[in-house]
Design a protein around this ligand. Structure first.
Ligand code: UDP
Length: 312
């Protein structure tokens, strides 16, 4: 049986990945310091013999007994309000945490996949963003703590690959959504769904003309699974190229949430908020034969069902 360590296992993506690898027959070791993760997301896995959980901050030395075949590094605050509240932890988990896990991967002879992000492109000057684009990042702006930690993470991972021959994979994740996002994590879709369900104002920042492209979590997990098992060590974008404005996203949420009396209001646009974002997924299509399969309407409905259960 293959053994895999998943950091951030109690988070949104980490918990879905834990499910997937358990279902594929792996032994999963989950690790999380629970600063943004939630044990509810993995409560169903806890009784399983093939699943174990370590409450640990990977920015400190990481010890795992026994063999390891794979490491997925998904631990990090990931929503803009989280990394504004926890800037130092965000920098540490992307840098020190990554270094610790690369060292562990080297010691165990494991293959390591890191969760990078479309934020490495910053406020992009080209749209859509191919992997070759170097980005437009403000290192000392409010988002710099996340963006630069992830850029350092990529550099460190490539260095271990190049100088130690470690098997590494780098995924650049674009906006992803679905069940198990935190109701109050501050990102656009959790905010809009919870506001609409509770009949509160829908807070669109700026005029809402900034764009994002939203990928349903199951599609992302499939992309990660395929990338891990590929032999490609350069970064690969995974996301849904279906780009919409944030105002349109808010309007669509309002249509889905039955009986809501919420109205859209506008608030100030956060500093350095990217004006456009859309993945060029040619690489994922050609190398992994991957394409998103869940359309937005379907994905929004499933997400609405989840937030309804969380808020009632
Ligand atoms: N946004 C918004 N209202 C909110 C939360 C976010 O209008 O209550 C906007 C935000 O300014 C950004 C977009 O929605 O332009 C996506 O924000 P999110 O926090 O989901 O993630 P980002 O893509 O910026 O990392």
């Amino acid at each position: 049986m293959k053994r895999i360590l998943i950091t951030g296992a109690a988070g949104f993506l980490g918990s879905h990945l834990s499910d997937r690898f358990i279902n594929e027959g792996y032994e999963v070791i989950g690790m999380d310091n629970l600063i943004t993760g939630d044990m509810d997301n993995i409560a169903h896995l806890m009784p399983l013999e093939k699943f174990s959980f370590h409450h640990h901050d990977v920015s400190n030395y990481v010890h795992v007994a026994g063999d390891l075949d794979y490491i997925l590094h998904f631990a990090s605050p990931a929503s803009p309000i989280d990394y504004l509240k926890m800037p130092i932890q965000t920098l540490k988990v992307g840098s020190l945490g990554t270094h610790n896990l690369l060292g562990l991967a080297k010691a165990k002879g494991a293959r390591m996949l890191i969760a990078s992000t479309s934020e490495v492109y910053g406020d992009p000057l080209v749209n859509p963003q191919p992997e070759e684009y170097w980005g437009n990042v403000n290192p000392i702006g409010p988002r710099g703590v996340y963006d630069e930690a992830k850029r350092f993470q990529e550099a460190m991972t490539m260095a271990y690959h190049t100088y130690h021959g470690l098997e590494t994979r780098i995924i650049r994740i674009f906006n992803t959504y679905g069940p198990r996002m935190r109701v109050n994590d501050g990102r656009a879709l959790p905010a809009f769904f919870s506001q609409a369900i509770e009949n509160k104002d829908i807070t669109v920042f700026g005029d809402g003309s900034q764009t994002r492209a939203f990928c349903y979590v199951d599609d992302l997990v499939e992309g990660i699974y395929r990338l891990l098992h590929s032999d490609y060590s350069l970064p690969v974008n995974i996301g849904n190229p279906d780009e919409i404005t944030i105002l349109q996203a808010a309007e669509e949420v309002l249509k889905i949430v039955e009986g809501t009396t919420s109205k859209i209001i506008h608030q100030g646009l956060p500093k350095d908020d990217p004006k456009v974002r859309r993945p060029d997924i040619t690489k994922a299509q050609n190398l992994l034969d991957w394409n998103p399969t869940v359309d937005r309407h379907d994905g929004f409905r499933r997400t609405y069902e989840y937030f309804k259960t969380k808020l009632n």
